[in-house]
Design a protein around this ligand. Structure first.
Ligand code: NI
Length: 254
């Protein structure tokens, strides 16, 4: 049995990367997408992916980083995409109105520009949406990148919105919160999203699944996300592992 973690910041300095890939393989991890969040992190992610076959790199500017990022970073991103066919997606990109609202216009401009770039190079996008559900939904629909792939990372919205995304062709990725004892909505989402549109992730080093909540997260914990989905849907852990693995290979074109 193998698991695919569709979103883990294992380039984060807080994780000990030295033995990480070996430990992850031993724990049954067959793939990990490392999302780019800022300009200075892209090189490290590409290097990590170069060293380990189970690591897949992406490039992107996270909405929390846009105010510290000059526009020429967009050209740099395009160059990286052109020269590194191993890049599997543009992300994580989107809107975050939890930390800042004052730069919303800049967040929207960066989000749109990166979606257009992804579309141009036929790459899927990994979406970060925090407290901006309707704006994110509207902007994605305006650019309409569904044909090349849309992944709603750590999906935290409600069921009707999840259904709307799935109808358009998006994938819903669930993380640790689906395992939390008091999490009602993510469990409802896990129950109704068509199984061929579900992805699993850890968002390491954040959001460690129950029963390890509070500890440092790493991709080996993705099995607890899979187990929760299996329990909710009355499937075996193997089935959820296999189908979410296949879904990841399909959307990331691996
Ligand atoms: Ni993330």
């Amino acid at each position: 049995m193998k698991f695919f973690d569709s979103h883990a910041h294992i380039d984060d300095g807080r994780l000990d990367n030295k033995y990480l890939a070996k430990n992850l393989k031993d724990a049954g991890i067959g793939g990990v997408v490392i999302p780019g969040v800022d300009r200075k992190g892209w090189k490290r992610i590409l290097e990590m992916a170069e060293e380990e076959e189970i690591f897949y790199p992406t490039v992107g500017i996270h909405p929390s980083e846009v105010s510290d990022t000059p526009w020429e970073a967009l050209e740099e991103m395009e160059e990286l995409i052109k020269n590194n066919p191993q890049i599997v997606a543009v992300g994580e990109i989107g809107l975050d109105l939890h930390w800042r609202k004052d730069n919303i216009d800049l967040q929207r401009d960066w989000f749109k520009a990166q979606m257009e770039l992804a579309k141009k190079y036929k790459l899927p996008i990994i979406i970060h949406d925090r407290e901006a559900n309707s704006q994110v939904y509207d902007l994605i629909n305006e650019v309409d990148p569904y044909e090349t792939g849309v992944i709603m990372h750590c999906y935290s919205g409600h069921v009707p919105l999840a259904r709307a995304y799935v109808e358009k062709g998006a994938y819903i990725s669930l993380a640790g919160p689906v395992t939390f004892l008091n999490a009602r909505v993510p469990k409802e989402v896990a129950a109704v999203v068509p199984i061929d549109r579900l992805l699993i992730e850890t968002d390491s080093p954040y959001l460690t699944p129950h029963p390890f909540r509070g500890k440092k997260n790493d991709p080996s914990y993705v099995r607890y996300v899979a187990q929760e989905i299996a329990d909710i849907r009355g499937l075996s852990l193997e089935e959820v592992a296999k189908v979410t693995f296949d879904n990841a290979l399909r959307v990331f074109k691996i």
